[in-house]
Design a protein around this ligand. Structure first.
Ligand SMILES: *Cc1c(COP(=O)(O)O)cnc(C)c1O
Length: 354
C-alpha cells in the first residue's frame, strides 16, 4: 500500500502517473523498448520532447517570447548560471534573502558578481519599501518559496528590473504571470517529476549574453540553440515530467490545482492556529501553500510524534535540521486524503498527550 509521503524532495509523484509509467515501462509506444532505452534524437523521443514543452507552455500560459530550457544540474547549478548569463563580474545584483535556499544562491552568486543583499529574514518578508535595492542592479533574485521554513512570496516588488526567481518548490502550484519575471527556474523533484532535470523559463532577449568563460552546459544559449539536446538530456525524467504535465491538464490545469492546494494548506494552518499544542512561526500573509511547518510546544514529544505518524502511514514529517520541528510538504501530488489523514492524526495525537 502506498503511504502518504510528506517529503520535501524528492517528493510524491501522482499515482496515476506512476501507473502509466509502469504500464509502458517495457514497451513504450510500440517501439519494443523502454523510453529510457530510445535515442533522445529518435523521432518518438523528439515528439515527446516537443509535446512536453507545449503542455508546459499551455498550463503555465508561457508567452511566445519566453524560451523553455530543460537543463542539467538541478536548481543549484543555476545559482552560478544566473550571474554568468546575466551579469559581468563588476556588476551589482540584488538578492532578497528569505532563508536557506536564498542564502545558498547568494553564496554561489557572490563568487561571480557583487551581490547586494536587500533584506534578510526567515519567517516573514519585509515591505519592499524597506528593502535596500541598488539603482544599477542587473537583476533582482528572489526565492519564490523557501522550502525549509515555508515562506512564500504572494506578490512581487514593483520594479522595471529583471526579476529572477527560484520556483523549485512552488512551480505549477498556482497560476502566475510569467511575464512579470525575466527568469523562472526550478529543479524537477518537487512539482515536476523525478530528480535529474531542471527547467529554466527565460525571456528570449536575456539569452545570448553569457560571459565568454561560461561553461558550455551552463550557457542558456547552448540549450536554446539545441532544443535542450546539446548532450544527452535526462530522458526518463523528461518523460515523467511529460506525464505529470498531462496529469495537470486532466485535473483541470494549474487553476484548478491551485484551489485544491489552497484548501489543503488551509486545513493544516487552521488546525495549527486553533491549537495550543502546535504552533507555526511564519507571518500568516506569507505562509507557503507547499511546505507547512509546525512545531510542538513540548519538544519532548517530537520523537513520539514522528514515530507514531510513521506507524500511521504518514511519512517524512521531520522538519529540516536547520529549522527543526515538523514539516508537511504538500505538493500537487499529495492527495487531499493525505491532508485529512494528517489532520486526524494531529488531533488524536494532541488529545492523547496534551
Ligand atoms: C530543492 C530546492 C533547491 C535545490 O534543488 P536541486 O535541484 O537539488 O539543486 C533549490 N531551491 C529551492 C527553493 C528548493 O526547494
Amino acid at each position: 500500500m502506498r503511504a502518504f509521503n510528506f517529503s520535501a524532495g524528492p517528493a510524491m509523484m501522482p499515482e496515476e502517473v506512476m501507473r502509466k509509467a509502469q504500464a509502458e515501462f517495457l514497451d513504450w509506444q510500440n517501439t519494443g523498448m523502454s523510453v529510457m532505452e530510445v535515442s533522445h534524437r529518435s523521432k518518438e523521443f523528439m515528439a515527446l520532447a516537443h509535446k512536453t514543452e507545449r503542455d508546459l507552455r499551455d498550463i503555465m500560459h508561457i508567452p511566445d517570447n519566453y524560451k523553455v530550457l530543460f537543463v542539467h544540474g538541478g536548481a543549484s547549478l543555476q545559482f552560478a548560471s544566473i550571474p554568468m548569463n546575466l551579469s559581468n563580474e563588476n556588476d551589482t545584483v540584488d538578492y532578497v534573502n528569505t532563508g536557506v535556499w536564498s542564502t545558498k544562491a547568494i553564496k554561489e552568486a557572490s563568487r561571480y558578481v557583487n551581490v547586494n543583499v536587500v533584506s534578510t529574514s526567515e519567517t516573514s518578508i519585509p515591505d519592499y519599501a524597506e528593502m535596500n535595492f541598488s539603482p544599477d542592479a542587473k537583476y533582482i533574485h528572489i526565492c519564490q518559496n523557501e522550502t525549509i521554513t515555508g515562506v512564500e512570496f504572494q506578490n512581487l516588488p514593483k520594479t522595471d528590473k529583471i526579476i529572477v526567481s527560484d520556483f523549485s518548490s512552488t512551480i505549477l502550484s498556482r497560476p502566475i504571470r510569467v511575464e512579470d519575471y525575466g527568469v523562472i527556474y526550478a529543479g524537477a523533484q518537487k512539482n515536476i517529476g523525478p530528480a535529474g532535470l531542471a527547467i529554466v523559463i527565460v525571456r528570449e532577449d536575456l539569452i545570448g549574453h553569457a560571459r565568454p568563460d561560461t561553461p558550455t552546459l551552463m550557457n542558456w544559449q547552448t540549450y536554446n540553440d539545441n532544443e535542450s539536446m546539446f548532450n544527452t538530456p535526462s530522458t526518463y525524467a523528461w518523460y515523467l515530467a511529460s506525464l505529470v504535465f498531462e496529469w495537470i491538464k486532466e485535473k483541470g490545469g494549474v487553476e484548478k490545482i491551485a484551489e485544491i492546494n489552497k484548501r489543503k494548506a488551509s486545513k493544516l494552518y487552521d488546525l495549527i492556529d486553533a491549537s495550543d499544542f502546535y504552533y507555526n512561526e511564519i507571518e500568516p500573509s506569507v505562509r507557503s501553500w507547499m511546505n507547512v511547518t509546525f512545531k510542538l510546544k513540548n519538544t519532548d514529544l517530537d520523537a513520539a510524534f514522528l514515530e507514531e505518524s510513521k506507524a500511521a502511514g504518514l511519512l517524512s514529517l521531520k522538519g529540516h535540521k536547520v529549522y527543526g520541528g515538523m514539516r508537511a510538504s504538500i505538493y500537487n501530488a499529495m492527495p487531499e486524503e493525505g491532508i485529512d489523514a494528517l489532520v486526524a492524526f494531529m488531533k488524536a495525537f494532541e488529545q492523547k498527550y496534551a
